[in-house]
Design a protein around this ligand. Structure first.
Ligand code: FAD
Length: 311
């Protein structure tokens, strides 16, 4: 069944667009998982695939390796996450030069968190980019990169209020960011209200919803606390009693994510960013429901043109 059967809303000419986020693998086994996730998702034709940067810049080399691998061995457009944490401007610029040489033209520019995590103890490096807005300006001064930035429908936990939060988003966009990707959320009304606030503030770039598939409810609920995402009671109830039942959890998670995404489509959203956790199964299923098909008919195999080294 295609999206036109599922949605009452006519789609624009461009139709549904997706992007996928991965994290850099720590060991060989994780590397294999990443390659097979990339191989399965690549035929869906994502706008770009992004690779995260560990807290405190802890994955600098691994992020670079993963992004360069995707740039050189696949037809995908890779985007490198980059933060300001614990680095001078010159150190960050050096990383950017390396990416430029590897053919990377898209960044997800972030302030980032200290290694100790989010929670108000961020100290900018005196010789570094002081925040994400400065980083965006630094990247734009280097080249006309495609730059994505973060957005927080429930506001960032360190922001005193929405006005301060949206002001930061405006500074990032004024400095050249081309789209914002949201922190994950579960309440679509919250997202819609946020987009209205953002538009009222004169920000017109796409605010792409970040969708997280729930592979492990407890882990997501804990993470939600640190990043300020509200977990509605109805969501907790759906996963209640399934702690030791991964099969049913996967089925429920798939239904939950599909409901959220289809409701967003009804509200006019056509652009989605998936936090894949380096797993393709759930994201592939949701994309399939959105009407996206692999080039070989959607059986999940890339036919060899996605991640060549993974073959
Ligand atoms: P900014 O956009 O600069 O700020 C966010 C908000 O926090 C602003 O609205 C501002 O009001 C407030 N704020 C910022 N600094 C201060 C301050 N000093 N005092 C008070 N308020 C302040 N983290 C990683 O480490 N690696 C990643 O790869 C990564 N990828 C991400 C991708 C997405 C799509 C998102 C949404 C988040 C990601 N993060 C990542 C998390 C992000 O680094 C943290 O949320 C971090 O705390 C803020 O970085 P930012 O760029 O969002 O901050």
């Amino acid at each position: 069944m295609s999206i036109s059967n599922l949605s009452r809303r006519p789609l624009s000419e461009q139709g549904i667009k997706v992007s996928f986020e991965f994290f850099p693998p720590k060991n060989e086994k994780m590397e294999q998982n990443l390659h097979s996730a990339v191989e399965q998702l690549a035929p869906l034709g994502p706008e770009f695939v992004s690779v995260t940067y560990g807290a405190g810049g802890s994955t600098r080399e691994r992020t670079h390796q993963t992004v360069s691998h995707l740039a050189q061995n696949t037809d995908l457009t890779p985007a490198a996450h980059l933060t300001c944490v614990d680095a001078t401007k010159e150190e960050v610029n050096e990383v950017v030069r390396e990416y430029w040489k590897a053919g990377v033209r898209h960044f997800v520019a972030l302030r980032g968190d200290p290694v100790s995590g989010v929670g108000g103890n961020y100290r900018p490096n005196p010789e570094g980019y002081q925040n994400a807005a400065e980083l965006v300006a630094g990247l734009k001064a280097f080249a006309d990169f495609d730059i994505s930035v973060s957005a927080y429908p429930e506001k960032h936990p360190e922001s005193p209020d929405f006005a301060t939060d949206i002001d930061m988003l405006k500074r990032k966009v004024d400095n050249g960011a081309t789209r914002a990707i949201t922190q994950f959320f579960f309440d679509n009304d919250t997202y819609e209200r946020y987009v209205e606030r953002v538009r009222r503030a004169g920000i017109y770039v796409p605010i792409v919803p970040g969708i997280v598939p729930i592979h492990n409810f407890k882990a997501i609920a804990n993470f939600s606390k640190t990043c300020g995402t509200h977990v509605p009671a109805w969501l907790a109830e759906r996963f209640e009693g399934l702690e030791n039942d991964p099969k049913t959890t996967a089925l429920v998670a798939s239904a939950v994510a599909a409901e959220q995404v289809m409701d967003l489509v009804e509200r006019g959203v056509e652009d989605f960013h998936f936090y894949t956790m380096n797993r393709a199964d759930l994201v592939y299923a949701i994309c399939h429901m959105l009407g996206l098909r692999g080039q070989n008919g959607g059986n999940g195999s890339s036919g060899g043109n996605s991640d060549r080294s993974a073959a």
